[in-house]
Design a protein around this ligand. Sequence first.
Ligand SMILES: [Zn+2]
Length: 365
Amino acid sequence: MNLNDFSVSHTEGKARAGLLKTSRGYVETPVFMPVGTAATVKAMTPESLKTIGSQILLCNTYHLMIRPGEKVVNHLGGLNKFMNWSGPILTDSGGFQVMSLSKLRQLDENGVTFRSHIDGKKFLLSPEGSIRIQETLQSTIIMSFDECMPFPVEKKLAEKSMKLSSRWAERSKVSFTGANGSMLFGIQQGGMFKDLREQSALCLNNIGFDGYAIGGLAVGEPQEKMFGVLNYSTDFFPKDRPRYLMGVGKPSDIVGAVLRGIDMFDCVIPTRSGRNGQAFVQDGIINLKNAKHKFDEKPIDKNCSCYCCSNYSRGYLSHLVRCNEILGSMLLTLHNLYFYTNLMKKIRELIQRGDFTAFAKNFAT
Ligand SMILES: [Zn+2]
């Protein structure tokens, strides 16, 4: 298998189990990428991430270009050395955060001018700039620069934006050098409109990318709408390339998206929920802030073999959470990421056995 190659080993309907070979090692898919916004997965050490089976992380270009700046990261040996993580790292293009976090942004054909949400400093992010920053960070998987539209959006606007993103995808590809053995993924846009999604994908396919992401979903639309778009949008991409659904999601979103042909995911839900005192279990979410757990000797999940569930009671965790103790965030984040990592492992095994569709039908978390 060549570097930066992807192979599908098993399929069940549209669901796929496969292997992605990056310059930083193999990734078994479907995979969930924990979010390490500022070159750290909050409340987790890289050692704990390895222990629970995380294979690949996501870092945010917008945050890192503002603080500490890509040149600092490069000077300190690139993202992997900087944060002491030897596995693959995917960086987003910064486009989504510019839209959601920055102030006084101005968008034109060239790119987006914006002021940092930290200190008001002015930046320009263009397709060329985003690729250069991601290459300077020494990311393993680089995302092309796009515009992400909110939900709902009318068709005319979605079409105009998708065409701009297509031109930006072309410019991203042209400026990508492939230094450090990186891969480049394109991002499909087009809102909730089938013909626009198809046009966007055709354009990306013509440019040619190492992988294809579906953008513009998980922006506040109901799950049925998202599944509606996924029902057709993965079909427009080549079968031999990985497909990445950006910013998704809840466990049931992930299961439903795998069923529709997605291979890669990222989301802040498991980490953010952990810091908010919430723990994922088979049939939903437990809120440890709740006083009913005060005297509870049981672990979060008796069937979970993570470090948290092997050693701590709900009563103790509830105490930590209600006192805002840092260890509470650490233990719950670890459990939640373990839950997600194990869910993905189970999904891969089920696809390999041909039992995934039946599992997905009854999955409700
Ligand atoms: Zn656990």
